[in-house]
Design a protein around this ligand. Structure first.
Ligand SMILES: Nc1nc2c(ncn2[C@@H]2O[C@H](COP(=O)(O)OP(=O)(O)OP(=O)(O)O)[C@@H](O)[C@H]2O)c(=O)[nH]1
Ligand SMILES: [Mg+2]
Length: 611
């Protein structure tokens, strides 16, 4: 199969175009360094051709780890007979920056006889501001075809497909003066070409400056940061509530109809307790995961996240990290696994290691169902100002910050104790332009995330709930949970969780959550389902409220879940990416102990106040 390479500078829109041409869903965000690995897919219009998406690089001298991946792969690709041509993507709104790299690519392709087509992307932005790019002039000066396109609107994409379907010239590529030109001269040439053929970019820059003078200002920027983060967590509750209620209502409605149809008592009990109460309890939280991913997507694509990274650089440095740790840490609020991959973009190995240590403490979406459940059980749902202010959102904000703060505290301590090992390279971050976010890719990404959550966690939850149900239902057919096999196992684990004020039912749920955190919700749902005896579905929150769980224990559970590293996949990826099994094991044991002790302290201290 013939391959086509899609290369370009960071944040120029490669992945968005790649998704458009292949129908795949690589992550797209307005932040340089989002793609950290080579990915490929077949072109939808020309299925016999494979398109390869690259991490962005500023030049063909790699600096960061993901640039090394890209440059190394590119150099090999130039000698690979399967590679038929190269598409070099440039950001037409930032021409000079893209052109130096483009000239290097053209030169190296000429040397190896690989044809190049330059794609001038983001042409929709130029159109919107009435700016011009002299495509013919640029094409003649580069000795290479230049096609104006927009990955966002799809303009010019047909011309790209038409160009790719044309047979390649027999004689290879033309040789221009570039073949022998050294890098230093190419840099000057890029500047000249951008001035001669590029748009007047001061119009674009002016609005950007105005926004930056607000969002990067030491006072307004700081306040804006906290307000945006607060609204993010508040909206998880406010915006997801109707969808969560709908899922809950639909489950109760179906349970009422399906369960009575099952003649066999055991089958009816299994369906009510394990499927509707157990698995159903977890499905209720899927809308929240969707909303969280969607809002983070909006913030990333607008360009705000890069500003947030800049604002956070100084505080992060105090804790031994760098502004470049911000994106991996923030991705960690969705899931630790992509976050660990995203940490490849951190150039300093020491800082990367510290970021690995903080990532599992970021409040990932698997924790969200647990947090939501406990917050909904203990905190009143009152809101004001149309849902912008509310106790539950505030509590969510608090527990999210608690997790992040613990992560930073640990990296701060480790970096101070270990000192020199974690010294930094200079912090260099290119600020992307502010953009109106692209809704469709963000929506697609959020749907994928929610779907992935259901399918991946769903399998584990189903298996564990099935096991818990069998253990809890037999040998006395659900008549007495305390005397079931599960009850007997529960009494073995109970002493471990007694110092947190938790009885065996919660102990068992915590135990199962080491498979994956969200299993906690499914297990509790099943246990309360068996205990509830009747077939009507009662929301898990109500079960918890009537289970006489003390406030101190609820808080201890929150703190325990905020710290403990209960995710097998994270441990596996951590060992792989850090090339050290020891690190993952040490983190697992250390965070478990810390979570346990912090839980006990919280339970005891709350006891002094609440009695
Ligand atoms: N307005 C506009 N925005 C675009 C266009 N193409 C991409 N973008 C936006 O540019 C940003 C970067 O897009 P990506 O596809 O992630 O860029 P990339 O080159 O893959 O970035 P890295 O993987 O970080 O190197 C996103 O916010 C996209 O929505 C375009 O044609 N027009
Ligand atoms: Mg990309």
């Amino acid at each position: 199969m013939s391959k086509i390479i899609l290369i370009g500078s960071p944040n120029s829109g490669k992945s968005l175009l790649f998704n458009r041409l292949t129908g795949l869903a690589h992550k797209v965000a307005n932040f340089p360094g989002i793609t950290v690995d080579i990915g490929s897919g077949n072109l939808q219009a020309l299925p016999d051709k494979q398109l390869v998406d690259f991490p962005g690089t500023y030049s063909l001298q790699a600096i960061s780890a993901e640039e090394e991946v890209a440059v190394g792969y590119f150099e090999n690709a130039l000698c690979d007979p399967e590679v038929e041509q190269v598409l070099c993507l440039i950001d037409a709104t930032r021409l000079e920056k893209s052109l130096y790299f483009t000239l290097q690519v053209i030169r190296d392709c000429e040397r190896h006889g690989k044809p190049v087509t330059v794609l001038a992307n983001m042409i929709d932005v130029l159109d919107k501001h009435g700016l011009d790019l002299d495509v013919e002039g640029l094409s003649a000066a580069l000795y290479t075809p230049v096609l104006p396109i927009s990955g966002r609107t799809g303009k010019g994409v047909d011309a790209v497909i038409a160009a790719l379907s044309r047979p390649l010239p027999e004689a290879g590529v033309t040789r221009s003066h570039l073949t022998e030109t050294p890098d230093a001269i190419l840099r000057g040439e890029a500047h000249q070409l951008a001035r001669r053929f590029g748009p007047r970019d001061d119009i674009l820059i002016r609005t950007q400056h105005r926004l930056d003078s607000f969002f990067l200002h030491s006072l307004t920027g700081g306040v804006a940061f906290f307000v945006i983060m607060y609204l993010l967590f508040q909206s998880i509750f406010t915006w997801s509530a109707p969808a969560m209620d709908a899922v809950e209502g639909a489950l109760a409605w179906s349970a009422d109809r399906v369960v009575p149809l099952l003649g066999n008592q055991v089958a009816a009990d299994f369906t009510a307790d394990a499927l509707f109460s157990g698995v159903g309890a977890f499905l209720v939280f899927v809308p929240q995961i969707f909303v969280l991913t969607f809002i983070i997507g909006l913030l990333e694509d607008s360009g705000y996240m890069a500003r947030a990274a800049l604002i956070c650089h100084k505080p992060l440095r105090f804790f031994g990290l760098t502004g470049k740790s911000f994106i991996p840490l923030l991705s960690g609020t969705a899931c630790a696994i992509p976050a660990i991959y995203a940490a490849r973009a951190i150039d300093s190995p020491g800082k990367r290691l510290l970021t690995y240590m903080a990532i599992p403490l970021m409040p990932c979406s698997a924790r969200l169902p647990v947090y939501s459940l406990l917050i909904a059980a203990f905190i009143p749902a009152q809101t004001a100002l149309g849902g912008l202010l509310g106790w539950q959102g505030l509590a969510m904000f608090g527990i999210y910050f608690f997790g992040m703060f613990c992560g930073l505290l640990i990296t701060g301590l480790v970096s101070r104790v270990a000192g020199q090992r974690y010294q930094d390279l200079p912090f260099v971050l290119e600020l992307p332009p502010y953009r109106v976010p692209g809704f469709v890719p963000i929506l697609r990404n959020s749907v994928n995330r929610a779907r992935h959550f259901v399918t991946k966690a769903g399998k584990i939850i189903f298996t564990v709930t099935l096991l818990i149900w069998v253990l809890g239902y037999f040998p006395n057919y659900g008549a007495d949970l305390g005397q079931s096999w599960l009850g007997q196992i529960g009494r073995v684990v109970e002493p471990l969780f007694e110092p947190l004020g938790l009885d065996w039912r919660y102990g068992v749920a915590i135990f199962t959550s080491f498979a994956a955190r969200e299993v906690f919700v499914g297990t509790l749902g099943t246990i309360f389902g068996i205990e509830g005896a009747d077939e009507n579905m009662v929301p898990l929150v109500e079960h918890i409220q009537s289970s006489q769980l003390a406030l101190g224990s609820g808080l201890a559970l929150l703190v325990f879940f905020a710290i403990a590293l209960q995710c097998v996949s994270t441990l596996a990826i951590l060992s792989k990416e850090s090339s050290s099994r020891g690190l993952a094991l040490k983190m697992f044991c250390g965070y478990f102990l810390l979570a346990y002790v912090a839980g006990i302290v919280v339970y005891q201290v709350t006891g002094w106040f609440v009695g």
